[in-house]
Write a protein that binds this ligand. Sequence first.
Ligand code: NAD
Length: 300
Amino acid sequence: MNAPTLESPPSAVGAARLLDGRALALQVRARVAAEVAERIAHGGQAPGLAVVLVGEDPASQVYVRHKIKACEEAGIRSYSHRLDAQASEEALLELIDRLNRDPQVDGILVQLPLPAQINVQRVLARIRPGKDVDGFHAENLGRLAAGFPALRPCTPKGCMRLLDSAQIDCRGKLAVVVGASNIVGRPMALELLSAEATVLIAHKQTRDLPALVRQADILVVATGVPGLIRGEWIKPGAVVIDVGINRLGDGSLTGDVCFQEARERAAWITPVPGGVGPMTIACLLENTLEAAQNAVFIPV
Ligand code: NAD
């Protein structure tokens, strides 16, 4: 099947076309909803996602609410588990063990960040890889690194979907990923490598970032530094994917790329908001359905 093509307005001189994550996410979510409905019509169980929130971080509460609402709209059952900010690591690990055993639960998502008393790596390692719909377990990251992925991290997967939707072929292109976190930058670089791009990864110790960015045919930025990437650094005709979501003092959201400057030089660019963010949620739903389809009952 051909990748769906985004309908983009014809570009004015010097204005990049938008990679519209909102529109593409609606298509992905509609397809997941249709497959869930078909599964239920054939006597299957609705996929189930357990969402675990520890503490009261306001941004995490908003993300969790969006994820639960998106599940409902797709016919996926969600199970919300809240622990208070002082909860022990043992309490969280016990909850994960229970969810690992629960046949109603196909996917487990532990909202990050976690409070300081809890070791994130131990928590992620406890989730059964087949239920790790965020794709953060070392087994899932290892499989992505080795080129035989199972559940893939949602944000980089969403970025790849955006590239596919515009029929952007990564083969042989120079891709620069700015940011090297385990949840975005590193798996993003692995995705691009799997798509046969030549990949460079930059991080906060990288010297002369502008010189590196200037070479990029495909640029993906995930640093959390608002407006880090200036328009004049962008190679004319480049594809720019801005993963950053930063809240400014006036309450508005902005990315890690100076959008107005960058769109004068790029061929394609993601807006913030409305670019990568909606795709992350859409890919979470897709991963939950995939986990349900591949579920095997293993008594623990
Ligand atoms: P992180 O803080 O874990 O990692 C940031 C990375 O950027 C690090 O590797 C760091 O070395 C690098 N970095 C920081 N400053 C830099 C600089 N000046 N030059 C070069 N590299 C620099 O952050 P994260 O969790 O990867 O998130 C990054 C951004 O993406 C944040 O704005 C976050 O809100 C956003 N995000 C968006 C989505 C989405 O769905 N759109 C999902 C996850 C994260």
